[in-house]
Design a protein around this ligand. Sequence first.
Ligand SMILES: C[S@@+](CC[C@H](N)C(=O)[O-])C[C@H]1O[C@@H](n2cnc3c(N)ncnc32)[C@H](O)[C@@H]1O
Length: 277
Amino acid sequence: MSVVTAETFTAAADGDVAALKACCAAVYGQEWLSLLVGDSLHPGGLALTRHLGKRLRLGPADRVLDIACGTGTTSVLLAQEFGCHVTGVDYGATQIERATAAAESADVADRTAFEVGDAESLPFDDGSFTAVVCECAFCTFPSKAQAAAEMYRVLIPGGRVGITDLTVSGPLPEALQGVAAWVACVADARPVQDYVAILTAAGFARIATEKHNDAIAKLIADIQTKLMGVSILAGVGKIDLGDIDLAAGRTMARVARQATRDGLLGYCLLTAPRPAS
Ligand SMILES: C[S@@+](CC[C@H](N)C(=O)[O-])C[C@H]1O[C@@H](n2cnc3c(N)ncnc32)[C@H](O)[C@@H]1O
């Protein structure tokens, strides 16, 4: 498992894009993270993933790419409930190992495949998929334009993209800036109209958006409660937090909760077709 080191954080803070991606992958590869956010590493959990699958009208004929699949929760649900074939890709090797194991446990190994890869340079041929999903990760990609172009490239004409992600509606307080907040999907989150503009520039059309702000508010409230337990487990040596600063995490959660109350932070769902040419 990758360890989250102060050196990686420093390199990321200095603008090293590879270090930023490595930081993000390392944090979400930590076992203790599921204590904080559960197995579904995004606001809205399985219910929102199910809703996304319905919005995309997924079915057994679909070949779906789950970009930044994490530990595979989204991929497994889509394969189980919609009968489609899902390929998950993530920057973190630990996530890919866990996703593969999760698919085996859920008995969907024959309808899933997982591999390490970068959302900004996907290891797949043009037109390989009929649908692309990306939950709570687009906001962390340093080049969102490049990631959107890759989504477009790997879809067949007429294929669909579905994204769920954090939104911001104004300047963020200092506690929600910097590398830790970036990794926590906050610092580089954008207003929903920016996501629409990025997808439009990549070639997508008829982009539909939905607000799911309650999902982020609930997740942050849950995290605040669970941070106490993580702190106790770290204190008695049951889990290794590496160089992660838990006090800073508590501050970030408190400020983020206020930001959701103020309407500054939200969560959205976007779907769009790649126009049939
Ligand atoms: C918040 S988690 C979301 C995981 C999953 N989509 C879910 O909802 O359960 C973000 C994930 O994005 C992955 N990630 C970050 N940058 C990436 C990149 N450039 N390419 C692929 N995966 C990336 C991280 O490794 C992490 O597993």
